[in-house]
Design a protein around this ligand. Structure first.
Ligand SMILES: NC(=O)c1ccc[n+]([C@@H]2O[C@H](COP(=O)([O-])OP(=O)(O)OC[C@H]3O[C@@H](n4cnc5c(N)ncnc54)[C@H](O)[C@@H]3O)[C@@H](O)[C@H]2O)c1
Length: 296
């Protein structure tokens, strides 16, 4: 029975992953190269637990016990020494992940399972830099982690059924709903979502409809909680572009080619909510999008 988890990367996803494990009585070591980020992550987790208390889903005692379950480290070697499972949630960059997994393979105990939260990088490629590819798996949590129920579990080419079954059980222990898929570009979530976003951007680019019309049609007609252009701003236009490039290269199929408007917006540094301007502008805050003047 796994009890000791190390989470690598204390950014948006890493703090949420540490939160859900700690809340469910696992011992968590949260690791980041950036000490300031670890402080921010701990305070974000405390604030998010307070929100759960306000909603009545967590008690004050459970909050204290969750926070007591988390320790931090800036050094991977020290931070994974006793890990039974490592969940990697560092920056989405192949070289960064390869360096981390090579180091993990040396520093973590034999038998320790390595999961990655990557949105799009090949699990098989990451596994290939370790001497334990059968113990490497994708554990793709959704943002925000404490709220979203899905965990997309991705079996690499060499992942064993035992490891896959164990990660399914573990996800259930976190109160999540796991879905198991195989390792091909974009897995399932991003293979389906990102081309839909790209098609919405093409529709805008070709003048078929405006930003508001496209998003309203998908919200009211398809019951999506958020239209695809607003969702693209939420995810980050650079992230959408990078996933489309992975699909395009991985399948060699022109249907995944990113829309030139998306390419231009990323080149111009218009990345969505994270820097205040995408298909919408967010001068009044992230929750108050106004259609970007450029698209009126
Ligand atoms: N943001 C999302 O909505 C989302 C959703 C699902 C999956 N993901 C995936 O989760 C992973 C993390 O994404 P994020 O949005 O949390 O990124 P982020 O930029 O918010 O955080 C990444 C963290 O990793 C740290 N880091 C970088 N190199 C490191 C190293 N060598 N050792 C330790 N820490 C290191 C950085 O300091 C940073 O704090 C990515 O693989 C991403 O594709 C993101």
């Amino acid at each position: 029975m796994i009890k000791s988890i190390s989470v690598i990367g204390a950014g948006t996803m890493g703090n949420g992953i540490a939160h859900v494990f700690a809340q469910n009585n696992f011992k968590v070591t949260l690791i980041d190269v950036n000490a300031a980020q670890l402080e921010i992550a701990l305070s974000t987790i405390a604030t998010n637990l307070d929100r759960q208390i306000a909603r009545g889903t967590v008690t004050q005692e459970q909050k204290q016990s969750a926070l007591a379950n988390i320790s931090t480290a800036t050094d991977i070697i020290a931070g994974v020494r006793n890990a039974e499972l490592v969940v990697e949630a560092a920056t989405e960059d192949l070289d960064t992940k390869i360096k981390i997994f090579k180091l993990l393979d040396i520093a973590a105990p034999a038998g320790c399972i390595f999961a990655t939260n990557t949105s799009s990088i090949s699990i098989t490629k990451i596994a290939s830099v370790t001497k334990r590819p059968e113990l490497v798996i994708g554990m793709h949590f959704m943002n925000p982690v404490p709220v979203m129920k899905l965990v997309e579990i991705i079996n690499g080419y060499s992942t064993t059924k035992e490891v896959s079954d164990l990660i399914v059980e573990l996800s259930k222990q976190l109160g999540k709903i796991p879905c198991v898929v195989n390792d091909y570009p974009g897995f399932i979530a991003n293979r389906i979502l990102t081309p839909m976003i790209n098609e919405a951007i093409y529709s805008l680019y070709e003048g078929v409809a405006g930003v508001e019309e496209i998003d309203t049609i998908m919200k009211l007609g398809m019951a999506h909680p958020m239209g695809p252009l607003r969702l693209a701003d939420f995810i980050g236009l650079d992230v959408c572009l990078s996933i489309l490039n992975i699909l395009h290269k991985g399948f060699g199929n022109p249907k995944y080619a990113p829309c030139p408007l998306l390419v231009n917006m990323v080149a111009a540094g218009k990345l969505g909510i994270k820097n205040g301007e995408g298909f919408y502008s967010y001068t009044a805050g992230a929750k108050f999008p106004m259609v970007n003047e450029k698209f009126k």
